[in-house]
Design a binder for this molecule. Structure first.
Ligand SMILES: Cc1cc2nc3c(=O)[nH]c(=O)nc-3n(C[C@H](O)[C@H](O)[C@H](O)COP(=O)(O)OP(=O)(O)OC[C@H]3O[C@@H](n4cnc5c(N)ncnc54)[C@H](O)[C@@H]3O)c2cc1C
Length: 510
């Protein structure tokens, strides 16, 4: 019998960067790799450089990350001043004056093995006039700012269909994770990296040098340096795939403000003439930002538009950010793995970037290297990573291309974009038969595609006629019953404020 070819275990990991990505990585690796004897994990960050300081809305998958880290949800919510998020409300995206919700969780009830929306579409043709959100427990509760936990182990309950995520203060989140990571033994080093040294033969990074001359080595380096991509982009020279042609927004301005306006357990995205504005309710303030295309709007115009549309008083000066949509061709090269903005960025329309950090960490665990750094495994890691970006890009593009808006040059550009093949296939299938195709375990579910295709005004070409096991009259009766169950369940749910107070996770009366 021959021994498995596994190489030597990694003994030292150096994480470069202490933004959300750096501390998520530190907290996760210190817990998940605690079984490797003698493993040292260091994190270098520079207060002088700082972090992007935005990134406050998440998607439900963050619950798996928190569970993996053994995080107590109520403590986490309190410490990060978080609120519960049940979906995203899109205002003025389809046309001015129109809005819809992309809720988490799922819609209605699948029957006889056929997805719910085929019954809904049939019902509409038979005279029903209900909206899709009437069948979503998350969507309805989100609009009314209500919350309670889902009951996944009770499939008969409408609450089994509820999905939720969080909206939190990015700075407090990084601090919370930092405490966890340091308690688990991660060593934090303050300093600015001024030089990165490589092995003369292999090109592997051997150590980094700080501005005080300290040298820090490592066998595995995690690049969490944000948009700069110091190790992967600058030192290893890994190229960037520029997707601005698909996603032309390349700037953002962010301004937090005091609480105000209507309480909803939803992130709101309002389309503007050259981009869109986010509104993220936290317990103590609102996070706001305006994402825009600099080819279509100046920084001053974008800032004025944001300031004019705040629901409360500004709490800080505008934070201006620049970015390019796209990704690094390889997120892992030699002994450097990039996580977070250093690996790529697609605008935060569906709150996917923190999720990409989480996915990167999970994927790193799956392909965790030994000192051999196996090339086929690294290639696989990179292939899967690129596919994630493609999937997310297509979903984001759906919002931009399926619009009736023709009131600005920006919207005319977006409306006329030729969809890439994956998105084109999905649109064609839905337009011809009402079917939704989801491949290779892509991030967004059928329910998400249904919500946004419907919300953006795409009409299904029909429905799956295998649902004719019940007739039209019975279909209408069942649809009415589902709506009744959803709305009566939502009526009985506590308000978000009551839920937070009852669980000791409120920071103050809201
Ligand atoms: C406008 C905008 C809105 C966003 N909204 C959302 C959202 O709602 N939801 C979501 O999921 N994501 C969102 N994101 C993404 C989210 O902000 C990032 O995914 C997240 O903050 C991770 O950033 P990061 O840690 O990769 O980079 P950064 O926060 O930039 O951190 C970089 C770190 O590297 C360090 N560093 C850099 N160079 C050096 C050096 N030479 N020496 C030492 N240290 C160095 C810095 O000090 C810092 O600690 C948004 C992003 C933008 C731009």
């Amino acid at each position: 019998m021959t021994a498995a070819k596994t190489g030597k275990p990694i003994q030292s990991i150096t994480i470069v960067g202490g933004g959300t990505a750096g501390w998520m990585t530190a907290a996760a690796l210190s817990r998940l790799l605690s079984g490797i004897p003698g493993l040292s994990i260091k994190l270098i960050e520079s207060e002088a450089i700082g972090t992007v300081g935005v990134g406050e809305a998440t998607i439900p998958q963050i619950n798996s990350f928190n569970t993996l880290l053994g995080i107590n949800e109520h403590e986490f919510v309190r410490e990060t001043h978080a609120t519960y998020k049940l979906g995203i409300e899109f205002v003025d995206w389809t046309r001015l004056g129109h809005s819809y919700v992309h809720p988490f969780g799922s819609f209605g009830l699948d029957m006889y093995g056929i997805e719910f929306h085929h019954y809904w579409h049939r019902g509409l043709a038979a005279g029903d006039s209900s909206g899709l959100n009437d069948y979503s427990i998350s969507g309805m509760a989100g609009k009314l700012d209500k919350f309670m936990h889902p009951q996944h182990n009770n499939p008969k309950s409408a609450l089994s269909k509820l999905g939720y995520a969080f909206q939190f203060d990015a700075g407090l989140y990084a601090k919370y994770l930092r405490r966890m990571a340091e308690t688990a033994g991660v060593e934090r080093i303050e300093g600015k990296i001024v030089h990165v040294a490589q092995h003369s033969d292999t090109g592997f990074v051997t150590h980094v040098k700080l501005d005080d001359e300290t040298e820090i080595g490592g066998e595995l380096f995690i690049d969490c340096t944000g948009f700069r991509s110091l190790l992967l982009g600058e030192v290893l020279g890994v190229g960037f795939e520029d997707w601005s042609k698909w996603l032309p927004c390349d700037r953002a301005v962010a301004i937090p403000c005091s609480l105000g306006g209507k309480n909803e357990a939803l992130t709101r995205s309002t389309a503007r003439p050259a981009g869109w504005q986010w509104r993220i309710p936290l317990q103590h303030r609102l996070g706001n930002g305006h994402v825009y295309s600099s080819a279509h709007m100046s920084q001053d115009e974008a800032t004025d538009l944001l300031v004019a549309n705040l629901d409360g008083a500004p709490l800080a000066d505008p934070n201006h950010l620049r970015f390019t949509a796209g990704y690094r061709h390889k997120a892992w090269d030699k002994n450097v793995v990039a996580l977070g903005l250093s690996a790529g960025f697609l605008e935060p329309l569906e709150s996917t970037t923190i999720h990409m950090v989480q996915t990167g960490i999970a994927r790193l665990m799956t392909f965790f290297p030994t000192t051999d750094f196996s090339a086929p495994e690294i290639a696989h890691f990179n292939k899967q990573n690129v596919q994630d970006y493609v999937d997310i890009r297509d979903f984001l593009l759906l919002h931009y291309t399926a619009t009736e808006r023709d009131d600005s040059e920006f919207w005319n550009y977006c409306r006329n974009l030729e969809p890439p093949s994956g998105l084109a296939d999905k649109l064609e299938m839905f337009r011809s038969s009402g079917r939704i195709i989801r491949e290779h375990n892509e991030l967004f579910t059928e329910a998400s595609w249904l919500a946004v295709m419907t919300g953006q005004g795409i009409k299904p070409g029909g429905w799956n006629t295998a649902n004719s096991v019940i007739d039209d009259a019975e279909t209408l009766k069942r649809l009415a019953h589902i709506r009744h169950v959803v709305s009566s369940t939502v009526q009985q749910m506590p308000s978000q404020a009551e839920f937070l107070a009852a669980n000791g996770s409120a920071i103050a009366a809201r």
